[in-house]
Design a protein. Structure first.
Length: 327
């Protein structure tokens, strides 16, 4: 059986779809599972256990100049690559017009079907074309975690029960998973300014971590984040390093080797969850139920979310870090 998952972006959404692929592997161990994704996220998806072809596109860039010769040429090349396989099931995990476009472009095997969500869920985007192009649509519980939504859709589409445990299957280079450094990564950047944490809070937290014997790693993915990383590193001193920009695969390796990660609600923080690092996720809004670390047994202490408005205090985050298996 050949299956195509369509989850293009954003980074956090891509990470949240990884457990669905692991469920399929468990239920259908002989299946080939391919993934269509924005090219920037491909280095991360390629690290997921069991993924076959990763078909990269650049819809975010293409839509800025949809009629240009370059866009038309690149779209045709993407479509040829996508259609080089015939799929028994194409599953649109995104629920947007852009993912519907990709799902429609994929080629079905005889008897194959396109699957999509039939409805919007709370706090998530949804656009009608996703169900217009589908051969089968599946109803989702309106209030559902992003991870559970992808898992439920795949289970309904392919006819198996959702497994009890959650696995992401994200691996570091060489399969290394255990921490090999004392570095705590501080994920301070987000695509939304209202999700960020005050800089003085980061400085106070960083000082406590350094006093505890840790060094500090400060990743960045944009010019404003680079500038903030440099400011924080200078203020915290020689035990703090502003990391250079790197692709997501290399960044995942750094995360996997770290002592843990503390970060705002961002895609990079979700990578820490997928790698099962000690982690505290900081929320200025009460949305951790939808995107935060998944709690399965009520005793999950390795990865925690902290919420307060307008922002959690340093003391709240520090207390959570002490409970998250920090060394």
């Amino acid at each position: 059986m050949k299956i195509l998952l369509v989850k293009l972006s954003s980074l956090g959404d891509v990470v949240h779809a990884m457990p669905a692929l692991q469920d399929i592997r468990l239920a259908l161990p002989q299946a080939q599972i391919d993934w269509a994704v924005e090219r920037a996220f491909a280095p991360l998806v390629e690290r997921v256990d069991g993924v076959g072809r990763v078909v990269g596109c650049e819809l975010r860039r293409w839509r800025k100049a949809p009629l240009s010769a370059q866009t038309r040429t690149e779209w045709r090349a993407f479509r040829r690559e996508l259609r080089s396989e015939q799929y028994d099931a194409v599953i649109d995990l995104q629920g947007l017009t852009k993912s519907a476009l990709v799902a429609r472009a994929a080629r079905l095997a005889p008897g194959g079907k396109r699957h999509a969500m039939a409805n919007q869920t709370e706090g998530a985007g949804y656009e009608a074309p996703t169900r217009w192009v589908a051969d089968a649509v599946h109803w989702m519980t309106p209030r559902i975690h992003a991870v559970a939504r992808s898992r439920a859709l795949c289970a309904q589409a392919l006819g198996y029960a959702v497994p009890a445990s959650t696995r992401y299957g994200l691996r570091a280079a060489g399969g290394a998973r255990a921490a090999s450094s004392d570095t705590v990564v501080l994920v301070h950047g987000s695509s939304r300014a209202d999700k960020e944490w005050p800089e003085d809070h980061w400085l106070a937290l960083g000082a406590r971590l350094i006093a505890q014997g840790h060094s500090i790693g400060l990743p960045q993915g944009s010019d404003p984040e680079r500038e903030r990383s440099i400011r924080l590193a200078r203020a915290l001193g020689p035990q703090a390093e502003a990391w250079p920009r790197m692709d997501l695969g290399a960044l995942a390796d750094r995360f996997a080797a770290s002592a843990g990660v503390i970060g705002v609600d961002s895609g990079l923080s979700h990578i820490a969850v997928a790698l099962d690092r000690p982690h505290v996720q900081i929320y200025n809004f009460d949305t951790a139920w939808r995107t935060g670390p998944v709690v399965e047994d009520g005793e999950h202490q390795r990865q925690l979310s902290v919420f307060a408005a307008p922002a959690p205090s340093v003391e709240q985050v520090w207390s959570a870090w002490q409970r998250a298996g920090a060394r």
